[in-house]
Ligand binder design. Structure first.
Ligand code: TYM
Length: 341
């Protein structure tokens, strides 16, 4: 089959299932902004509210979290005129393509997803069907735009591999080079920001302990307190990043610092080598506040006009549909569904 040249296009999404964390910011959002500002590719960014309800969400919380996430995107630098910003449920082509992908993906593939195993745990019988099918919807999110590049944190790697498998199986089964084999973009020092309480666990908006994460909505005092209380060991910082291999908590704070200042962890070590935590932690907190305070401030300003946020999302959805509708129509045709021409 001759390889089709697909227009470079970036797609990514964030679940509005709670407030966003520093992990979401450094692993995803900050990079979304950089990619947009590079101006090389069309960017489509989505608040995946349909993914959020795979676990229970209070309806009022979902509305609030979706608007807050939209505000966080814009406050971080996503310009809704240059990028398309919308909420997933308003573009029905996602779920329509997801159904086709439910029929392409195999039960065995889905059952091997570590996120499914972690979230469903021992109680899989009681998990929603949506949680199991989640990665097929994620593949549809991406492929309904023929997106070629997907910036995400490390935890989404396996889902992106599945997206490639679904695209490849569809292309193979229908003997057509129709869906691109998407490239994951997992780059930079902070693709896996860990909990401040446990360096072996991902920083997550769903962690029971608020002290484990920095929220984008935290004020300066809270940020300083959380870094001060962050778990570390007793050793000072070494000369090289490699020496942090067995020190997950220390390495995490270095990764966060490197992510915040936009440098590699190796070059950061030359600046901080020999420092004790009493010196490094307050400095880290200061840098985090410098980055986050303007974003938090701008978020509250934007949240002062909810109608405007809703208008931006609805406008984004209309523009997204213009890209998605022809891809879905062609998919239906390939699959053999009679539809109007
Ligand atoms: P979600 O909402 O869990 O996270 C959104 C993005 O933030 C990244 N991230 C992190 N990066 C570094 N360190 C962390 N501690 C951390 N926590 C989260 C995630 O890797 C992600 O990039 N399934 C996705 C949402 C989704 C999606 C998509 C993404 C749905 N459809 C299509 C890309 C393309 C998720 O649950 O992300």
């Amino acid at each position: 089959m001759p390889a089709t040249a697909f227009t470079p296009r970036v797609f990514s999404g964030i679940q509005p299932s709670g407030g966003l964390t520093l992990g979401n910011y450094l692993g995803a959002l900050k990079r979304f902004v950089d990619i947009q500002n590079d101006g090389k590719q069309e960017c489509i960014y989505c608040l995946v509210d349909l993914h959020a309800i795979t676990t229970w969400q209070e309806p009022d919380d979902l509305v609030r979290n979706t608007r807050e996430a939209a505000a966080a995107f814009m406050a971080s630098g996503i310009d809704p005129r240059r990028s398309i910003l919308f909420n997933q449920s308003q573009v029905p082509e996602h779920t329509q393509l997801a159904w086709i992908f439910n029929c392409v993906a195999r039960m065995g593939w889905m059952g091997r997803m570590t996120q499914w195993k972690d979230k469903a745990g021992k109680n899989a019988e009681n998990a929603s069907l949506g949680l199991f099918a989640y990665p097929a919807l994620m593949a549809a999110d991406i492929l309904v735009y023929h997106a070629t590049h997907v910036p995400v944190g490390e935890d989404q790697k396996q889902h992106l591999e599945l997206t490639r498998d679904i695209a490849a199986k569809f292309n193979h089964d229908y003997k057509i080079d129709f869906f691109p084999i998407t490239e994951p973009m997992i780059e930079g020092p902070a693709t896996r920001v860990m909990s401040l309480r446990d360096g072996t666990k991902k920083m997550s908006k769903s962690d029971a302990s608020d002290m484990s994460r920095i929220n984008l909505s935290d004020d300066a005092d809270t940020i300083a307190l959380k870094f001060r209380k962050a778990r570390t060991d007793a050793e000072p910082l070494p000369e090289t990043y490699g020496e942090l291999e067995e020190r997950p908590e220390a390495r995490n704070l270095i990764d966060i610092y490197a992510g915040l200042i936009g440098q590699s962890p190796d070059s950061v070590m030359t600046e901080v080598a020999g420092q004790g935590w009493g010196k490094f932690k307050p400095h880290l907190a200061e840098v985090a506040v410098e980055t986050l305070a303007p974003i938090t401030g701008e978020m509250s300003r934007l949240l002062g006009d909810l109608a405007e946020i809703d208008r931006i999302l609805i406008d984004g959805a209309a523009r997204a549909r213009e890209v998605a509708a022809p891809v879905l129509a062609r998919t239906y045709e390939i699959v053999g569904m009679i539809s109007p021409r």
